[in-house]
Design a protein. Structure first.
Length: 112
């Protein structure tokens, strides 16, 4: 493949990059619990990317940090079968009472 790739510089560069990172490329073979692709992570980001495209992003670093934190909470809640709005309301209510709130939403199966 590399001999043919030498006629195509971009293909040759891609092949060299893959070979350089070969252990990372085939990590899933020796660790079957790891996903073969990053499709799940890409799908998790899809809503954020669409929202950023529609709204043209945020106007400040603080806005970006806040948005990222909220997206993290929303996605964690989604993966744990929790309503992010209910979780955020619980956190705000607990903090308003001076109580500490759980940093990570527990799955519904573990909620008392």
């Amino acid at each position: 493949m590399l001999s043919t790739a030498s006629e195509h510089p971009k293909l040759k560069a891609l092949a060299q990059e893959i070979l350089k990172d070969w252990q990372a490329v085939v990590t899933f073979v020796s660790h079957p619990h790891l996903p073969v692709t990053n499709n799940e992570a890409e799908r998790a980001l899809r809503h954020a990317v669409i929202a950023r495209h529609i709204t043209h992003g945020t106007r400040s670093t603080e806005g970006s940090d806040t948005y990222a934190a909220l997206l993290t909470v929303i996605e964690t809640c989604r993966r744990r079968n929790r309503s992010p709005w209910t979780y955020l309301a619980e956190v705000i209510a607990l903090r308003h009472q001076g109580l500490s709130a759980p940093l990570v939403p527990m799955p519904l199966t573990q909620v008392a």
